[in-house]
Design a protein around this ligand. Structure first.
Ligand code: B1M
Length: 224
């Protein structure tokens, strides 16, 4: 089990997407994150372990190398792709038929920001907890969020931001949403955020992880 998880982590770290991908040259012809994630689940490894002991480990190494300038944006991009294809295999496992529909969350990464792995992960987990997820993608303008809120009355909004520079755009987004729809609840998250920043910009909640987002959403259901 550990060997397979390490192989998956290595695929994310090196950006080996699938068996067909020619990159990196020294791994040509070998299985990639796509095939190995499938294999891990088929062999009985839990989706949680594939996520936390393989995919997150690989992405953490990518993070460190990027920070230390040992790899560059194209390398990070291809690693992100490897992580995303593997995450597709996890999706159905986070869905439980036993969970009834609890509400709708409109999610997106704020304007100017292209990071979407964390947001997708949060979407997968809250989706598994019974929420319909409307994922608006990345680089989402305040106007697009407002349009989606009007299309999904009573929805909750989830905003993600990974850059210190786009945290300001998050503030603008929260303010515009609250001006147009004061009762709409907004939860924010992303690596550079803090509870005090969330309070400052007028968000209703902050969570550092998907589980915290589910707990906030559950509290909304309980209070209705
Ligand atoms: Co970028 N990037 N990146 N990047 N990137 C960071 C964020 C950075 C910290 C790397 C570094 O320098 N060490 C740095 C930001 C520095 C800063 O702002 N102070 C950075 C930079 C600088 C940049 C560029 C500016 C680089 C450049 O062009 N020179 C550029 C910006 C592009 C843009 O957005 N306009 C850029 C580009 C990219 C890629 C496109 C190549 C790629 C993203 C691909 C993609 O997402 N499809 C990328 C990546 C992959 C990263 C790192 C390496 C990994 C991010 C990630 O996916 N983590 C990242 C380093 C890092 O974060 N340490 C980095 C895994 C993911 C599961 O975690 O997203 O934190 P995370 O999500 C977590 C929580 O934050 C939380 O739950 C998730 C699961 O636990 N969460 C929520 C997130 N959203 C939530 C919402 C919620 C609740 C919880 O409620 C709604």
């Amino acid at each position: 089990m550990d060997k397979l998880l390490e192989q998956i982590a290595n695929c994310v770290e090196r950006g080996k997407i699938n068996a067909k991908s020619p990159f990196p040259p020294d791994m040509k012809g070998q299985d990639g994150a796509d095939e190995l994630a499938r294999k891990a689940l088929d062999s009985g490894i839990s989706p949680q372990d594939v996520l936390s002991k393989a995919l997150m480990v690989g992405m953490m190494r990518v993070s460190e190398k990027f920070r230390d300038k040992r790899i560059f944006v194209p390398d990070v991009l291809i690693a992100a792709k490897a992580m995303s294809v593997a995450m597709e295999h996890l999706k159905p496992h986070f869905k439980s038929a036993a969970v009834r529909h609890r509400g709708t969350i409109v999610m997106g990464t704020v304007v100017g920001d292209l990071h979407d792995i964390g947001k997708k992960l949060v979407g997968m987990v809250v989706g598994g907890a019974g929420w319909d997820v409307v994922d608006l993608g990345t680089d989402v303008s305040p106007e697009k969020f407002i349009k989606a809120i009007e299309e999904h009355p009573n929805c909750v909004v989830g905003l993600s931001s990974l850059l210190t520079t786009t945290m300001m755009n998050m503030e603008r987004t929260v303010r515009q949403i609250k001006a147009a729809h004061p009762v709409t609840k907004i939860i924010v998250g992303g690596a550079p955020l803090t509870q005090s920043f969330a309070d400052e910009i007028g968000a209703d909640a902050y969570s550092p992880d998907p589980q915290g987002a589910v707990e906030f959403l559950n509290r909304i259901v309980a209070s209705n």
